[in-house]
Design a binder for this molecule. Structure first.
Ligand code: DX5
Ligand code: ZN
Length: 216
């Protein structure tokens, strides 16, 4: 299966954001992964609407917005207006996940659900028809540059089987600690979207790192 690569802007240089966006525009990467953190759902605050608006003005590839915020229902329409193509909420942050996913789709975006490392894939069984993307967190969300949790391989295989059994074409995205040493094994396990923050922007040659992780 051909996989997509989504560099995470969290690892970009925020004082040179336009330069880093142009770098991704000109690369073989597929999506921009944008991590929105509220300091409540996760112990960190990243960036919000004004920064996404500026990114959207320059980005020529789809915006994959990962909301690490409590009660994301409050802002679904705002992120649609900002130009999000994929909008991912955390299962742990949604009381009415089925309704939330329906609202994301009705706003014209792809609906994603992220699962923390401790959340079993089984929580998605009854919303499988509402999903366009499952984001399996392979680190505890909140920070870039963390160590990949190996258990994610089993989870990826379980999730791919669940989607196949349901006839779902939803993407499986892996987020956290993805790089040269594990991207291929993740694709073999059933992942088809790889988020890569540090392994893209901290590389001495980010374009070459992207080519490497695209396997081209
Ligand atoms: C973590 C974020 C990730 C992060 C990944 O909470 O969801 O998207 O930017 O960073 P790396 O690729 O450095 O682990
Ligand atoms: Zn993320």
């Amino acid at each position: 299966m051909e996989h997509l690569l989504a560099p995470s802007i969290l690892a970009a240089d925020f004082a040179n954001l336009e330069r880093d966006i142009r770098l991704i525009n000109s690369s073989q990467a597929d999506w921009f992964h944008l991590d929105v953190m509220d300091g409540v759902f996760v112990p960190n605050i990243s960036f919000g609407m004004p920064v996404i608006k500026s990114i959207a003005a320059h980005a020529t590839k789809p915006l994959d917005v990962h909301l690490m915020i409590v009660d994301p229902d409050r802002y679904l329409a705002t992120f649609a207006e900002l130009g999000a193509d994929v909008l991912t909420v955390h299962a742990e942050a949604c009381t009415h996940l089925h309704r939330t996913l329906g609202q994301i789709r009705s706003l014209g975006m792809k609906a994603g659900v992220a699962l923390n490392p401790h959340t079993p894939v089984a929580v998605l069984e009854d919303v499988i028809d509402e999903l366009d993307l499952v984001c399996l967190m392979s680190v505890n969300p909140g920070f870039g540059g963390q160590k990949f949790i190996q258990r994610t391989f089993d989870k990826t295989r379980q999730m791919r089987k669940m989607l196949n059994d349901a006839g779902s074409k939803a993407h499986i995205e892996i987020d956290g600690g993805v790089g040269a040493g594990n991207w291929k094994a993740l694709v073999d396990a059933g992942a088809d979207v790889l988020v890569a923050g540090s392994s893209t922007f901290n590389a001495s040659d980010p374009l070459a790192a992207i080519v490497e992780m695209k396997g081209v």
